[in-house]
Design a protein around this ligand. Structure first.
Ligand code: THU
Length: 159
């Protein structure tokens, strides 16, 4: 038997170590938690997505009494961006979560469905999306969605 080792490089930073552009994205994601509709989970998530032309599109999680039809913050921002600027690649996304009266101390990580959705944009535009996962104490930065979703299904198998 052989074993395949898959490596994930995560930069561990504080807010003041981020570039001004990434810090702005984090602040926008934090602000967006205030627009979350999350009466069921009481877990408010905000996302801010930067496009290649520097426009920023934001989203928050939107829940529903029929639980599965709710939408995560990341995909809300991503679909909004794509529906408005279908020819412009996303280049970075910041995510923040607020619950119980404060932001999470440790970084919030996107769910599998959001990773898959954003991976499609990386494939489509041939451009990695930097992922900035905000926590009050620690921030993680990963160079691409693909890194967060190893052994991906990106549709190339169907060609
Ligand atoms: N949620 C997001 O919006 N993004 C994430 O990265 C994780 C989870 C939302 C979905 C649901 O409204 C709530 O957080 C609890 O899972």
């Amino acid at each position: 038997m052989k074993e395949l080792q898959i490596q994930l490089n995560v930069s561990v930073l504080t807010l003041d170590e981020l570039s001004a552009a990434d810090r702005e994205l984090v602040e926008r994601a934090k602000g967006m938690t205030r627009t979350s509709y999350s009466p069921y989970s009481h877990f408010s998530v905000g996302a801010a997505l930067r496009l290649a032309d520097n426009r920023i599109f934001c989203g928050s999680n939107q829940e529903n009494a029929a639980f599965p039809i709710g939408m995560c913050a990341e995909r809300t921002a991503f679909f909004y961006a794509q529906a408005t600027a279908p020819d412009t690649a996303p280049v970075a996304i910041a995510i923040a979560a607020f619950t119980g009266g404060s932001f999470l101390k440790q970084p919030i990580s996107p769910c599998g469905a959001c990773r898959q959705a954003l991976l499609e944009a990386e494939t489509r535009y041939k451009q990695p999306i930097r992922v900035i996962l905000y926590g009050e104490e620690t921030i993680y930065v990963v160079d691409s969605m693909r890194s967060l979703l190893p052994l991906t299904f990106d549709g190339s198998e169907m060609e």
